[in-house]
Structures are given as C-alpha cells and as structure tokens.
Design a protein around this ligand. Structure first.
Ligand code: GRF
Length: 215
C-alpha cells in the first residue's frame, strides 16, 4: 500500500506511522510527506526516515481552490492507495475531497461527533466531560466527520489541564492511527453508508469508570 501523508506541524502521528512501518507492523510505504508549513518539525521527522518531502506554500496561490488543485495533482503523481491527514490544519475543498473518496483519512482528538473543530481537548475540558478520546475516520465534506474506523476512550481527570489531557489523548492517537492504517492495508475495513466494519476486529472493550466501583 502506498501512502501520502499531509502535515502542518509537529508530526508525532506521522512518526508513529513511520515507526510502525519501519518495525514491519504495517505492510506499506510512505512515498511522500507534504506540508503547508515550511518549518513543520514533521518534515524533519520524515527526512530522518528517508522519506521525500514537499512544502507547498499557500501564499503562492490566490485561492483555496487553486491550492487544492495543485495539492491534488501532486498527490496523484504518487498514485497513492491512501492519503493520511496527520495534523494538516487546512480545510480541504469539496472538490479535493471528492477526488479521494474512501482513500482519505484523518485523526481528530475527540470522540466525534463531540467536539469537532479546533481545540477539541479544551472543548471537552471546558464542557466538563468525564471522558474524551480520539477518532480515526474517513474524510467527507463535513468537517471532522465521516465514517469512523476506530476510537479510543480516554478519561478526563479532575486536575487535568489542556496540556495534560492533550498528552494523554496523544498517546492513544499514536496507537489508533497505525492500527487503522494496518487494517486498511489488510483490506479489512468495509465502508457501509456512514459506518465502517472492521473484519475480525475485537469489539467491546469497556473502559473502567471509577465512579461505578461499588456496582
Ligand atoms: C493531533 O492532535 C491530531 O489529532 C490533530 O492534530 C494534532 C497533530 O499532532 N488533528 P501531530 O502533528 O501529529 O503531533
């Protein structure tokens, strides 16, 4: 399976994916990492794994549409089986998304449909939720939505800050993203309408809620 990864920043999810591939856990290769930010540390991470990188500068384009046309053309040159958004901070146009239907996945740091959009961890904290988590999903025209492939549930603790909660969720992001990509590479993820089913996956592991310890 050939993958193109799009990033804007740190690239820790990218690194988790590259590490899993390097360790032989996923039978895939990343042929290109693209960033819309020149100084993304994720570009350095890609280089350290010997992966080609490309910075596509938004300031060269008059419109989002123009950027996305160029971006789509560059991605298609790689003939990818999967396009992975790993902290890519641009909203993609409908025309772009249509071209990569069922081949475009994203990770979001909440249990969607809760807390879509920016600062999902802060949203969950401010709302007073007791659990949040992360989601890998196929990308559709609705922002941070689309058929869910896998979610991890993460507790929100009384003394959490945005930073501590984000870090706790991130640990699970680094597990569910490689897991989802592995399943896709094994052709085990079937999309049916707005749902997905993963063949031979174990479902039903319930997190322990300490509030229920007497029952
Ligand atoms: C992650 O929290 C991801 O869920 C969100 O953007 C962040 C990217 O982090 N979409 P990194 O660049 O992978 O470290």
């Amino acid at each position: 399976m050939n993958i193109v990864v799009l990033i804007s920043g740190r690239g820790t999810n990218l690194e988790a994916i590259l590490k899993a591939i390097k360790e032989g856990k996923i039978n895939a290769r990343v042929s290109l990492v693209i960033s819309d930010k020149k100084d993304s540390s994720g570009l350095k991470i890609a280089e350290s794994y010997g992966i080609p990188t490309k910075f596509i500068d938004p300031s060269f384009f008059a419109s989002r549409k123009g950027y996305d046309i160029y971006l789509a053309a560059r991605i298609k040159k790689e003939n990818p089986d999967l396009v992975v958004l790993a902290g890519f901070m641009r909203i993609l146009s409908d025309e772009f998304i249509e071209q990569f239907e069922n081949k475009l996945i994203n990770i979001h740091p909440s249990l969607i449909p809760s807390f879509q959009g920016l600062k999902a961890q802060k949203q969950a904290l401010d709302y007073g939720s007791k659990f949040s988590g992360c989601t890998v999903h196929y990308v559709t025209k609705e922002l941070d939505n689309g058929p869910i492939i896998v979610q991890a549930v993460v507790p929100i603790l009384p003394d959490d800050t945005e930073e501590t909660l984000s870090n706790r969720i991130l640990e699970y992001e680094h597990r569910i993203y490689p897991q989802a990509i592995k399943w896709i590479s094994e052709n085990r993820v079937k999309i049916e309408g707005r749902k997905t089913f993963v063949e031979n996956a174990k479902y039903g592991t319930i997190p322990v809620n300490p509030d229920l310890e007497d029952f």
